[in-house]
Design a protein. Structure first.
Length: 322
C-alpha cells in the first residue's frame, strides 16, 4: 500500500500534543460497519462512524522491509453472552477489513486525511467468555498471505474459461481420454499400420529418459501419459505417445545419458538434419524407444521441443542423407 501522509497530517504529527484516533471499516453478512475509537458518532469519508471507545481494540500493525504477510487482531469486548452466537453469525472468512490512523483538530474535526495503515481479509474468530460478557477476536490476514496459498488450477475447459473466456484449447480434452482412432489425413491413416507413417518408424526415436517440454514442465518420455500437451513451434499442442518394443539399438548420446537414433531429424542452424550430423558419441541402448505424434494437420506444427533445447521432427532422414 502507498506510504504517504498528507501535509496536514504531517503538520499535526509534528505538534507536541495530538488527538489520535483509529477508524475501522469491516464487512459482515448484514453489511459493512464503520466504527472508530471515540465514543460519539462522526462523519468522514462519506460515512457516519460509530464510536465504540475502549470496547474495541486493534493489535499493532507491524512495519517491515521484508516481503511477508503480517496480520493484525481486532477485538470487541463487552458483548452479552446471549448475543455471542448472533455476532459469530455475522463473521465470514475473507471478508475485507480496512484500518486508518487519523487525528482530530482542536475543534474535533477529522484532519485530512487519515492514513490507511492496514487492509486485509478476515479469518476465523475466537471467543473469550468472562461471566456475563464475552470478547470476540478476529485475525485479519494481510492480503499477501494469498501468495502462500496453492493455486489449484485444472487442465479443463471450465477452468480455462475463468481465465480466458471463449478460448477453446481444452474444449475436447474429456473426449480425448476415451478416443481411439487415427488422427490425420488419408495418407497418414493408410500408413498407421505400416512403416509409411513417420510416427511409427522405429528408426526415429528417443530413449525413455529423454525429457520433453510439456505444459507441466520437462517430463521424461517414459513418464508421459498416452496424451500430453507439449510445446511445438506453433505453441502448445496435444501429442500422442508412440512406444516401440524393447530391442538392442545403436543410438547417439545427446548428453546426460539422453539418447537419440542417428536418423532422427533435429533442427541444426535453422533447418532439419539427422542427429548424426550433430552428435558423435554412440551408445548401445537396450529397451523401448519413444516418439511423439503431434496432432495437427499442419506439417510445420509437428516439431516439438526437448528439455535440452533440441527441436525434434517426426520424419526420418534418408539413409546416409544430411
Amino acid at each position: 500500500m502507498p506510504h504517504a501522509l498528507t501535509s496536514a497530517m504531517i503538520a499535526e504529527l509534528a505538534k507536541a500534543n495530538i488527538r489520535p484516533r483509529i477508524f475501522l471499516e469491516a464487512e459482515f453478512t448484514s453489511g459493512t460497519i464503520y466504527v472508530w475509537s471515540d465514543v460519539t458518532p462522526i462523519d468522514w469519508n462519506g460515512h457516519t462512524w460509530t464510536g465504540i471507545g475502549h470496547l474495541g481494540s486493534i493489535s499493532p500493525a507491524p512495519e517491515t522491509t521484508e516481503v511477508r504477510a503480517d496480520n493484525i487482531v481486532i477485538s470487541l469486548s463487552g458483548i452479552p453472552s446471549s448475543l455471542v452466537s448472533k455476532v459469530l453469525g455475522e463473521v465470514r472468512p475473507n471478508y475485507p477489513v480496512k484500518v486508518w490512523f487519523g487525528c482530530l483538530s482542536e475543534s474535533g474535526a477529522v484532519i485530512a486525511d487519515p492514513y490507511l495503515t492496514f487492509q486485509g481479509l478476515m479469518d476465523v474468530p475466537t471467543i473469550q467468555e468472562n461471566g456475563q460478557t464475552a470478547t470476540i477476536s478476529i485475525t485479519v490476514e494481510n492480503r499477501m498471505v494469498d501468495l502462500q496459498r496453492a493455486r489449484e488450477r485444472r487442465y479443463t475447459d471450465k477452468d480455462q474459461q475463468q481465465l480466458y473466456p471463449g478460448d477453446k484449447f481444452f474444449e475436447y480434452v474429456p473426449s480425448l481420454a476415451d478416443w481411439n482412432g487415427i488422427w490425420g489425413k488419408g495418407n497418414q491413416m493408410a500408413g498407421a499400420l505400416g512403416s509409411e507413417n513417420p510416427d511409427n518408424n522405429v528408426g526415429t526415436c528417443f530413449s525413455g529418459n529423454t525429457r520433453v517440454l510439456t505444459l507441466a514442465g520437462p517430463v521424461a518420455f517414459d513418464n508421459l501419459g498416452r496424451l500430453s500437451v507439449v510445446l511445438t513451434d506453433a505453441g502448445l499442442r496435444i501429442a500422442e505417445l508412440i512406444v516401440h518394443e524393447p530391442a538392442i539399438r545403436e543410438m547417439l548420446d545427446m548428453g546426460d545419458g539422453e539418447l537419440v537414433t542417428p536418423d532422427h531429424l533435429i533442427r541444426i542452424d535453422g533447418s532439419f538434419h539427422p542427429a548424426r550430423d550433430r552428435f558423435l558419441v554412440s551408445a548401445v541402448h537396450c529397451g523401448p524407444v519413444y516418439n511423439l505424434h503431434v496432432r495437427t494437420f499442419t506439417a510445420d506444427e509437428r516439431h516439438y521441443y526437448l528439455a535440452n533445447g533440441i527441436v525434434a521432427h517426426n520424419l526420418k532422414a534418408a539413409p546416409g542423407g544430411g
